[in-house]
Design a protein around this ligand. Structure first.
Ligand code: FUC
Length: 641
């Protein structure tokens, strides 16, 4: 949109309203106040821009439609524009974008590269866009969507959008208190925070921003959120806006179940299923093995082969790790049909690859993974060379242990594959265990190699602490202590320098039940790895840190990975009073937690499935039998009210 406004406009204000998922712009030019409201509607599949002015006939501007590369064709017709391209010189998808201008007052006429609006009172722009990725003819889709949207008035489009969005957004309410900083613009608050200001409300905003981003980028029937969610800029975004599955896309979905956005997990889960044919072929052609395998990254075209340098490429655990999400969705929902139809078949094939892949260490007789890497990290060999590939990196074993354990549980739940389950049990019994090194840290490799980059951003060998559940206070405190040493060592040597790495560290400290360290790392994320609009920065912008931090804040307040529901496991002193309502625990529970003076005041538990659960707050533990659909209220001493 090109306006012929004067050089300077005043009272400029731009906001993103997280409650409604509506962006607004307002400013004054030539003594006219202009406003814009913009939203992208999931139910109507349309982007809507509404322009108004506080004086009649004040809206005069050009609307252009273009795409980088200058290969798209543009057509204007009345008050509509159509842009089309068969991208990548006819090898990629076909795309079509349509715009319709609905003006109240004034006129719309043809102009260079678009249309011109003159002297209108109010203008609504409707934009639809489609590709043939899912098989439909894009122009037909974009036309259909445009016609349908144009049959509704603006207020109806907006009401439907807000209702649809809030259906997800309003499920969770976090309150960490408010200071006067909340009256300042977000970019100023981020800056003030970097200068040491305390702004709990900004953390609350940041938390909900993470949920907003997932609601807005991951809808059932669509693709999962990529490295930039859906906010990739330009045609060559960093890392091609792909699906890195050696931490990043998993992190994108850590918040899905716990922050009550379970349905929005499905694009990722379905995507894992869609990797099947290629993943089967890679296992067969590259390794001569049955089952499915994917490496460190993939994309919308489902490639699963390694490419690039061994340092990141030669790692056959991408699908095995991702398969954890399939089981997690089941743990939160106990949806047996989903388990049978979607999750279990994918888990089983990924597990089958792992079983075939492992080899026996001829000396210890343990089963080890390899040749493989510890994602993207390097070590020094005895003669001082820098190397990456080894037999038996710890993370691989942790991932395989997780997958095999989950696959056995899923098979048992479905009463399927007794023999296969027995086989997996046998493998688990021989799988190389997690070991503690002479310096008290969890060993990343089978040997204690010297590390060229001791503050490396990947802390892969703590997969068992988070997102896994192999290292817990309840189960193996000695490994927990070693995990702490591992993180401390990484951090003391400059670790946590990328946004996502810092976000992972928040989750680690939450699992270590160290609220202060989790909080300090959350502050560090806001101070060092956050852009003025709250986007996470690697650098550059990468969305995983946003999602990972929202997950981390949730883990500070509620955990359910260790066979019990633990309330406020890592509450920092800075959050003396507050509440979080609507977060979820495994086993089908929604919880409302309120705390005061740094202590649990009350917890309300909605049992969605009627399971019995064990609830822990500090050293107090109770067992709660529940009925499906009933709510239970406990006080700070876990007494039922
Ligand atoms: C992983 C990380 C990089 C980056 C990339 C997209 O491989 O090691 O830091 O985040 O994904």
């Amino acid at each position: 949109m090109d306006f012929s406004h004067p050089q300077t406009v005043t009272d400029y204000r731009r906001e993103l309203d997280l409650e409604n998922a509506v962006a607004r712009v307002s400013y004054v030019a030539n003594r006219v106040k202009y406003t814009r409201e913009i939203f992208s509607s999931a139910p109507d599949q349309v982007l809507v821009v509404r322009l108004t002015a506080d004086k009649p006939s004040a809206l005069t501007f050009n609307v252009k439609l273009s795409r980088p590369g200058n290969k798209a064709t543009l057509a204007a017709n009345g008050n509509e524009l159509t842009l089309q391209e068969h991208v990548n010189s006819g090898v990629g998808v076909k795309m079509a974008t349509r715009i319709k201008i609905l003006n109240e007052g004034g006129t719309v006429a043809a102009a260079a590269n678009g249309l011109s609006v003159s002297n209108a009172n109010t203008v609504t722009l409707l934009l639809t866009a489609a590709t043939d990725y899912w098989g439909n003819e894009p122009l037909t889709t974009a036309n259909k969507q445009l016609t349908a949207a144009a049959s509704k008035v603006f207020s109806q489009l907006q009401a439907e959008h807000v209702q649809d969005y809030q259906r997800y957004f309003k499920r969770v309410d976090l309150n960490l208190g408010i200071t006067e900083a909340a009256y300042y613009p977000t970019d100023a608050r981020v800056k003030a925070m970097q200068a040491g200001n305390v702004d709990p409300h900004l953390l609350q905003l940041y938390y909900q921003f993470g949920r907003y981003l997932l609601i807005s980028s991951s809808r059932p029937g669509g693709l999962p959120a990529n490295l930039q969610g859906i906010w990739a800029d330009g045609l060559t975004p960093p890392w091609s806006a792909d699906y890195h599955i050696n931490i990043n896309i998993q992190m994108n979905y850590w918040l899905a179940e716990q922050t009550n956005l379970s349905e929005l997990h499905l694009p990722f889960l379905k995507f894992l299923e869609a990797l099947g044919p290629d993943a089967r072929k890679t296992a067969r052609d590259m390794y001569g093995l049955q089952g499915t395998v994917a490496h460190f990254t993939t994309d919308a075209w489902h490639f699963t082969e390694p490419y690039g340098q061994t340092q990141w490429a030669m790692w056959p655990m991408g699908l095995a790790w991702s398969a954890q999400h399939l089981w997690e969705h089941y743990l939160f929902t106990e949806d047996k049909k989903y388990l049978k139809d979607l999750a279990y078949p994918v888990m089983k094939e990924a597990a089958a690859f792992c079983v075939n892949w492992l080899v026996e260490n001829p000396i210890t007789k343990e089963l080890v993974s390899g040749p493989s890497i510890s994602p993207e990290n390097q070590f020094k060999t005895q003669n001082g060379n820098i190397a990456t590939m080894v037999m038996g990196p710890t993370m691989d074993h942790m991932i395989i242990r997780d997958l095999l354990t989950n696959t056995i549980a899923a098979g048992k739940t479905l009463n399927q594959d007794v023999d296969f389950r027995r086989k997996l049990q046998g493998v688990l019994a021989r799988l190389a265990p997690t070991k503690i090194g002479s310096d008290g840290r969890i060993m990343e490799w089978t040997e204690e190699f010297a590390e060229p980059e001791p503050g490396h951003r990947h802390i892969s060998h703590l997969f068992g602490l988070h997102p896994g559940n192999q290292i817990t206070k309840q189960q193996n405190p000695e490994l927990l202590a070693a995990a702490r040493k591992t993180i401390d060592s990484r951090l003391s040597q400059g670790g946590g320098h990328t946004g996502w790495s810092r976000a992972w560290i928040i989750n680690f400290f939450a699992r270590l039940q160290d609220g202060e360290a989790a909080y300090q790392n959350l502050l560090a994320l806001l101070r060092k790895s956050t852009l003025p609009n709250l986007f996470d920065t690697h650098p550059p912008f990468q969305i995983d840190g946003n999602f990972g931090a929202t997950a981390g804040i949730t883990e500070m307040l509620l955990q359910s990975h260790a066979g019990e529901i633990q309330l406020l496991p890592a509450l920092p002193a800075a959050w003396q009073k507050g509440y979080i309502h609507g977060i979820c625990a495994r086993g089908g529970f929604d919880l409302d937690l309120n705390w005061e003076n740094g202590q649990l005041k009350q917890v309300k538990i909605l049992s969605k499935l009627g399971n019995t659960c064990q609830i822990r707050y500090g050293n107090q533990v109770i067992s709660l039998k529940t009925q499906k659909g009933k709510t239970y209220i406990l006080n700070g001493s876990l007494q039922q009210l």
